[in-house]
Design a protein. Structure first.
Length: 318
């Protein structure tokens, strides 16, 4: 498979929009936003547009380097993109473009060439990339069987190319500078797809007995190498819309034929919401949520399957 793609990078646009967000950007959508207290205050307040607000109850402040908002009376909050989504009733792409337009941020055009055979050859000869996969419990043989490759992407550098069965290629940066630099896509989006769903069906015997759902394509390969039939959502958040699953119906129909389904999503809030969304649509008698102790980022507890593997590779299968 060879892909040549010219177009806009939504990830690049999102990153530049996020970098430009400050109180002035919020004031575009919260016209009565003012500093709370003295001019040196880092907290801003405005009336909330989502409920009858007699006194300003919505606050805007910087947390971990990002300007976010929260309204205590109605329990809403998030970043500026979430505010625009809610205020205008639009989805993420339209909210992002609206903010970019209002902040006079132009979309850039990128050009990416991807040749599957060349990418696979590049991976097999790159020690750094193979060591990265090995640390995640993915051998050379498993990488080959999954057709993983290595590509030089113009905005995120060297990245593992992860091909989906329908031609979409997701790229995972080896050394992302920020969280927003982790992933890019070619030939469409993976947000509504289940990675590895083609491995669930057997041409002779039909659907396999057990399927394990993970929250990372590479972590699903770690599980596969350990002997599990594992598939993955692309992201716990992008596969949902208002708490409901948006996975492609064809993929869900294959999944639903499995005898038993185990949910190994991350133990953070986003992962558990994703697991709950699967539980809403899958038969309860054959759906099982896998949980383990996770007491937050600072606890040192493993949040996901990859961290579970890192905590004890020799005992992972048990």
């Amino acid at each position: 498979m060879s892909i040549s793609q010219n177009g806009n990078s939504s990830n690049d646009l999102r990153d530049r929009v996020k970098q430009a967000i400050d109180p002035n950007a919020y004031k575009t959508y919260l016209t009565d936003l003012v500093q709370n207290g003295s001019k040196s205050s880092s907290r801003y307040i405005a009336t909330c547009p989502f409920h009858a607000d007699g006194n300003p109850s919505l606050s805007v402040e910087s947390k971990r380097g990002e300007w976010v908002w929260h309204c205590f009376p109605c329990g809403t909050g998030g970043d500026l993109i979430e505010l625009v989504k809610m205020k205008f009733g639009v989805q993420f792409p339209d909210a992002l473009r609206r903010i970019a337009s209002d902040l006079h941020i132009e979309e850039r055009h990128t050009s990416v060439e991807y040749d599957a055979e060349s990418a696979q050859t590049a991976l097999q000869s790159n020690v750094t990339a193979l060591e990265y996969l090995n640390r995640r419990g993915i051998s050379v043989e498993t990488a080959k069987s999954a057709n993983l490759g290595l590509i030089q992407h113009p905005s995120i550098g060297q990245a593992i190319a992860i091909p989906y069965s329908n031609g979409v290629v997701k790229m995972r940066a080896l050394s992302p500078k920020t969280k927003g630099d982790k992933f890019r896509h070619l030939n469409g989006s993976s947000s509504k797809l289940l990675y590895g769903i083609d491995s669930v069906e057997d041409e002779v015997f039909g659907t396999v007995d057990e399927v394990h759902i993970i929250e990372s394509e590479l972590d699903s390969l770690t599980m596969r190498q350990a002997g599990f039939t594992a598939i993955s959502v692309s992201s716990a958040t992008t596969c949902l819309d208002k708490g409901e699953l948006t996975i492609e119906p064809d993929h869900m129909h294959i999944l639903e034929r499995a005898e038993r389904i185990f949910l190994w999503t991350d133990q953070d809030d986003a992962g558990q919401k994703c697991a709950a969304a699967f539980e809403k649509v899958l038969a309860p008698y054959k759906t099982f949520r896998v949980t383990w102790t996770y007491r937050g980022k600072e606890s040192g507890d493993p949040k996901d399957v990859g961290e579970l593997y890192s905590a004890g590779p020799e005992n992972f299968r048990q």
